[in-house]
Design a protein. Structure first.
Length: 644
């Protein structure tokens, strides 16, 4: 999420920042006293990476076999010479539910009912599920993070109504669409398709794990605390080895109106008096003053089986509640699932869940998804502490251990996961600079996490810098990585920084990056392709872009990085005022799908339908149209592997 409000949530006032400051006063003094000099020495530039990376660093480099593109400034999507990009599945296109395929109306006049079977707004995480061995036909599962009501409705926020709230709710959630390669190599949606599905705010979800049925999960509409309608603000995605799709409910707090009298729990979770989306004006469920447990039912990682359009998606509470960006799965040598997840808010945390049971193969009449239906409901949740000596610890969030007792407000494991932020505060976890995506290098087990930015570190009343988050005014973000000691379920790890974002020519020391190659800031989406290239997508704010230290970075972009050498090359530049987020591959790496989110997003005004069109008209470029989030299909003209 790039909109101004995505960094407004800033609710961690816990006192546990001192862990680094107390134990390592000298380092902190150095950083505060001479940021420029100490950053240069401490944040080993990529040139020195091999000597600073402990353990098995990536060995073999991957050739970046394309000619990089220049910084983007126009309202266009640009890919390298020899590549071709086309758009599918833009917001409002019918997903292909048989018998219900209303055409998109460029004036925004589609009804809420239409929207329930059309692509949602604000495409984000995405994953391809092949339906044939060649990977030339398959399903795309993807998220729709939020809505811009100025664009969603013909008259924007004017005459706000129950119909408009319903349309916004229907434009949230997930989509499953069938796609197939065409004779010319391009791709198209297959419509109708029996797989086509929208998951919206009205879709029934099950609740799994220790919070299922918990008193804090019960509401008037659901006295069992085991069934909730809908998912929202779904940001990044993950896919499981058993073929399901994971999605993080990120900034859920913005959907609720909690009134003036917030209690400590509501404050810690960033609730406010009014909801940003004004749903509470026509749907009482989002009035958290009247329904205080309703927000507890959001902030989870949700799991969907995209292959079964009749399946009920599940909220996996054992993974902890957070403003989850997404969830990424590794597998231990003995076959258990390890799920990494970050919480994209200032000063929040990085988590890891280790399943109790082993992943089961398909068999006995069950698909792999069905055979692992409860796998993510049982296991141990940990939160990360990054120590200044380059080591780190995973601290268990287990009821009864350490401070997580009834006396401290944690009655049981359900309350620990519902109050994962408070639990992590109590455990002294490290407050990070907005953890966004993670990616796991299949070749060597290094885990990477983008820390997109944090301009408040060191500000009045906020934690200061620490070794893992070493810039006070970190406008450009950085990418941290770690290697577990032993297997993925290890209790300890070693970490370092892959790269600090920002133009190395910036005059302000904390905005100056150590990128080797093409420059970027505010890394957000990251993913490894099958060759081991790390693809990096950026999300700088529209309010920041094109000015000052961001001026030379241009539009948001996507770059390829060889983690062995640190070389970074710009692969794609995106239209004006969008972010690039979500990437997946098909056809053995010969097709890449990339999501473009919120082209033309206005710096501040969500109410005026005319505003975004002043900035972007992508991808339709129709004078009577409106900018639309969409999926971009990228191929090489010679049919080769992308990036090779
Ligand atoms: Fe939804 Fe953290 O970006
Ligand atoms: Ca986003
Ligand atoms: Ca972001
Ligand atoms: Ca994001």
């Amino acid at each position: 999420m790039a909109k101004d409000f995505d960094s407004m949530e800033d609710s961690n006032r816990s006192a546990n920042a001192s862990i680094h400051e107390v134990s390592l006063p000298s380092r902190r003094t150095v950083l505060v006293g001479g940021v420029a000099a100490s950053l240069a020495a401490m944040l080993a530039p990529l040139a020195g990476r091999a000597s600073t990376a402990p353990g098995a660093s990536p060995q073999a480099g991957q050739t970046l076999g394309f000619k990089g593109v220049p910084v983007g400034m126009g309202d266009a999507l640009v890919v390298p010479e020899g590549y071709v990009a086309s758009v599918i599945a833009a917001w409002g296109e019918p997903v292909g539910v048989p018998g219900r395929m209303p055409a998109f109306r460029f004036d925004g006049s589609n009804s809420a009912d239409d929207q329930a079977v059309q692509m949602g707004m604000h495409h984000d995480g995405i994953h391809f599920y092949p339906l044939n061995p060649q990977g030339t036909r398959g399903l795309l599962a993807m998220n729709h993070e939020y809505t811009d009501d100025g664009l969603l409705h013909t008259s924007g926020l004017a005459d706000w109504s129950a119909e408009k709230v319903q349309k916004s709710k229907n434009a949230h959630g997930l989509s499953v669409v069938e796609v197939a390669q065409q004779g010319d190599g391009g791709w198209a949606m297959v419509r109708p398709s029996t797989y086509a599905r929208r998951v919206t705010m009205d879709t029934p979800f099950g609740i799994g794990g220790p919070a299922a049925g918990h008193p804090m999960m019960r509401t008037a509409a659901d006295p069992t605390g085991r069934r909730v309608l809908g998912t929202l603000n779904n940001c990044a995605s993950g896919m499981t080895p058993w073929g399901t799709y994971l999605s993080g409910e990120e900034n859920f707090a913005f959907y609720f109106a909690a009134g003036k009298n917030l209690d400590a729990h509501q404050r810690r979770w960033g609730l406010r008096d009014k909801g940003l989306y004004r749903w509470e004006e026509h749907d009482e469920r989002f009035d958290a003053a009247r329904h205080p447990n309703e927000p507890n039912r959001f902030g989870w990682v949700v799991e969907l089986d995209p292959m079964d359009p009749t399946s009920t998606p599940i909220k996996r509470t054992a993974l902890g509640r957070a403003a989850h960006e997404g969830a990424w799965v590794a597998v231990t040598r003995d076959g258990r699932a390890v799920v990494y997840s970050g919480e994209d808010a200032r000063f929040e945390y990085i988590y890891k869940f280790v399943s109790r049971d082993r992943i089961q193969p398909a068999g006995n009449g069950l698909t792999a998804a069905q055979a692992n239906r409860e796998l993510l409901d049982h296991g141990t949740l940990y939160v990360a502490r990054f120590d200044a000596d380059g080591t780190g610890r995973w601290i268990p969030l287990v009821h009864g251990q350490g401070p997580l007792t009834a006396a401290n407000g944690f009655a049981d494991q359900g309350e620990v996961v519902i109050k994962a932020r408070q639990a992590s505060d109590a455990l002294g976890a490290t407050k990070m600079d907005r953890p966004e995506w993670l990616a796991i290098d299949a070749k060597d087990g290094w885990v990477y996490c983008t820390l997109t930015n944090n301009s408040a570190r060191g500000a009045q009343g906020q934690p200061g810098v620490d070794a893992a988050n070493p810039r006070a005014n970190n406008t450009m973000g950085h990418i941290i990585r770690w290697k577990e000691d032993g297997d993925f379920d290890g209790a300890a790890f070693r970490w370092n920084h892959l790269v600090m974002g920002g133009d190395p020519a910036n005059t302000r020391a904390e905005a100056r990056g150590n990128i080797r190659g093409d420059i970027f800031g505010c890394a957000d989406g990251i993913a490894f392709d099958a060759r081991g290239v790390l693809w990096i997508q950026t999300d700088a704010h529209a309010t920041q872009m094109y000015k000052g230290e961001f001026e030379r970075l241009g539009n948001n972009q996507m770059l390829a990085c060889d983690p062995a050498t640190g070389e970074v090359r710009r692969f794609l530049t995106a239209p004006t005022n969008c972010e690039v987020t979500g990437v997946t591959w098909a056809e053995g790496g010969r097709t890449m799908f990339v999501n473009i989110q919120h082209p033309g997003e206005t710096p501040s005004d969500r109410s005026d339908p005319a505003q975004p069109r002043r900035f972007s008209n992508w991808p339709d470029y129709r004078p009577d149209g409106r900018p639309r989030s969409a999926t971009v299909v990228i191929r090489r003209k010679d049919g080769g592997v992308i990036g090779a």
